[in-house]
Design a protein. Sequence first.
Length: 415
Amino acid sequence: MARATRHFWRTFGPGILFASACIGVSHLVQSTRAGADYGFAVVGFIVLANLFKYPFFEFGSRYAAATGKSILVGYNKEGKWVLWLYFLVSFTSMFTVTAAVTFVTAGMLNNLLGLNIDPLWVSGFLLAICFAILMLGKYNMLDTLLKIVGAVLVISTLVAFFGVIGKGPVTPIENFIPKALYDRSGIIFLIALMGWMPTALDLSAWNSLWAVEKMKQTGYHGKLKEILFDFNFGYLITAVLSLCFLTLGAYVMYGTGEELSNNSTEFSNQVVKLYTRALGSWAYPVIAMAAFSTMFSTTITVLDGYGRAVGETVRMLFFSKSGIKSLYRSTLFVVALTSFGFIAFLSGNLKELVDLATIFSFVVAPIIAWINYKVIFSGQLTQDFLPRTWLKKLALAGLIFLTIFALVYVLVYFL
């Protein structure tokens, strides 16, 4: 029993990092907006997105457990063109994704401290802080920090959720007319919502990178069931909390006529008030801290994830024969600096920035899903590590689901 416990803690952590990357914009922003604008009409789409994306995220952790290497190595074994495809997808999304999460975090910090500083400069400050932390502490500090923040977030969210359930939904205003879900704007929002539910699919490579880093940290190569337990734990948390945030938006804002602001600071104030309406005004500073911590953890995790994934991809594409072991620091700097430029360009409209990042993530999701499926079932893994039949069938259904909705978006947007 003691040995099993030690092994558990030696593999526990990457799943929490994954959850921290997810529980940010997709939950605090998109799920809350969904509940506030459409009530529970979108709950099925959230469940389906979580379900059909699951295999492709799981494949990253599975590959690391089977080989002790990241799934990026698997991409490379399938051919340089596969690695190039992943690089192009990541390169075109990493700046908008990092910019979106950082900009929301800036609003949370302004709201927490009662400041009215331009979110652009607060975003620059946050990117600099995250960069410094990752340079000094790397994986060890990240792993420890996010376990603490994650526990605070889960507890505060569940308390608020049950508090709202206990009070019941707000009474809609007179002559309230719900937003249409299946018109052009509604469908575009649905695609944006599912784009990051639970997060962008190109982040699936991060699971394997963090699992490999955990092995290096502990000197222990976990068994398949141990590594998958860690991943499944994090994934379950993200799925449950996505529905909790949807409920908070639906119970507290749906039918009130209140619109979520495009200003990141005002938006942050509105989100925090969702909690305090359920718990009481006394909880405002506590929840404001929890909300900021949540978004800060997402920002630093996203910056670290892109630093690792894109840095390793560039190394394998261009420097594999030169002896360079890592481009992590260089990639971190480029991502942070360029993301700041994106924020400067789109800082006037929070929804536009978030929707740009989330919609792009969903449109390219079928490509990443197909790549991951190809790697897992191409003969790189031994029979003991291959997914069971039900998971393979779910992956095929997921490929169909993601492709159909990507095509629907293209048709709706351009026609």
